[in-house]
Ligand binder design. Structure first.
Ligand SMILES: Cc1cc2nc3c(=O)[nH]c(=O)nc-3n(C[C@H](O)[C@H](O)[C@H](O)COP(=O)(O)O)c2cc1C
Length: 337
């Protein structure tokens, strides 16, 4: 039987399927099931700046001074005693005791001191690595993209200097030049990149005339932007590359590896199909390797990356222009053929 283990930023994982950050970790039984099904590692849900701040605001009895901000936080975290950072660390320690496969902490902060302080506290729980989740939205009309990126690179550097465990970055899909951001963050100490985060977007109900926040599961195939960027980054970074977003089957994992990924993260397919879905995905990976007589990942990883493909234009504008110029061949009577 093929060895499916991989090296993820220096940590050995028994399989390339990492369970991405989510609320699945709230249930210890689910954690055990994920391990049993063959997950290589599990990322714990993120600790958010708002959780940290709300607790310290409460401790400082300064609630009135921050009424507007406080109201927003109370809405997000109505049951504060179960949402604070102390509870988060407690759950993280419980998770650490429950599973033996690598566990990765995750952090999403705003202020530099919170990032560094809580990175150290998360490290102290015994996790094997830390993922920095840079999900954020523009807060004003003045701050430039360059200064936001510079701040993020500085945070990566500060956190990497403050902790001993390997640090990965879960990237937003929206940078003007993602490749440069990866290069700079790698220089700052990041050992892995997760491409890409899935942004939570609001919707509007035309019945209630209110905003709604639907559960944000991915669709199968949403991985295509990750596939492109991993294909371009393969061979051009020493960091581990992790595909994420819309990876629902074993063949999706293969596709990402063919473009150059070391491993993948999955969340939605587990919500949709239970932890056992990982068993089937690993069987698909084994079958693909046996059918193609690939003994190890090295036989096919990156085979279709930008540097290795026979058609280097596939990752470039030419593919897009070609599609637009010849799109009439794709349709007959205004229907996709
Ligand atoms: C219920 C839920 C909770 C999530 N919580 C987090 C989180 O705390 N931190 C984070 O970085 N991503 C979080 N995510 C995003 C996932 O980790 C993942 O990036 C996203 O769902 C795309 O992967 P998928 O297509 O396999 O679902 C969450 C996703 C879901 C559905």
């Amino acid at each position: 039987m093929n060895d499916l283990s991989i090296n993820y930023m220096g940590i050995k994982l028994a399989s390339p399927i990492i369970v991405g950050a989510s609320n699945l970790v709230n249930n210890l039984e689910t954690l055990r099931n994920l391990q049993e099904a063959g997950a290589g590692a599990i990322v714990f849900k993120s600790l958010f700046e708002e959780q940290v701040q709300l607790e310290s605001l409460q401790l400082n009895s300064q609630m009135e001074m921050y009424n507007e901000r406080n109201a927003e936080m109370i809405t997000i975290f109505p049951d504060m005693q179960h949402a604070g950072p102390a509870e988060h660390l407690h759950k993280l320690r419980e998770a650490r005791k429950t599973i033996s496969i690598p566990l990765i902490g995750s952090l999403n902060c705003i202020f530099a001191e919170t990032w560094v302080d809580w990175a150290k506290q998360i490290e102290a729980t015994g996790v094997d690595g830390l993922e920095l989740n840079f999900f954020g939205l523009p807060r004003d009309f003045e701050t430039s993209a360059a200064s936001i990126e510079q701040e993020q690179v500085s945070i990566v550097k500060m956190v990497c200097q403050a902790v001993k465990i390997p640090v990965s970055v879960k990237l937003s899909p929206f940078y003007t030049n993602t490749l440069q951001v990866v290069k700079r963050m790698e220089e700052a100490g990041a050992k892995a990149f997760v491409l890409f985060n899935r942004m939570f977007e609001p919707d509007i109900s035309t019945n209630s005339l209110k905003h709604i926040a639907p559960f944000n599961l991915s669709e199968h195939g949403d991985y295509r932007m990750a596939l492109r960027y991993i294909g371009i980054l393969h061979n051009n970074t020493n960091a581990s590359l992790i595909g994420s977003n819309g990876i629902h089957s074993g063949l999706d994992v293969i596709k990402l590896m063919l473009s150059g990924a070391d491993a993948v993260q999955v969340v939605s397919t587990i919500y949709l199909n239970n932890p056992e879905v990982i068993v089937g995905m690993l069987a698909e990976i084994r079958k693909f390797m046996e059918t193609n007589e690939f003994r190890s990942y090295e036989d096919f990883r990156g085979k279709l990356s930008k540097d290795n493909t026979r058609d280097p234009f596939v990752y470039k504008r030419a593919q897009y222009i070609d599609l637009l110029l010849h799109s009439e061949n794709l349709f007959k009577d205004n229907k996709l053929v």
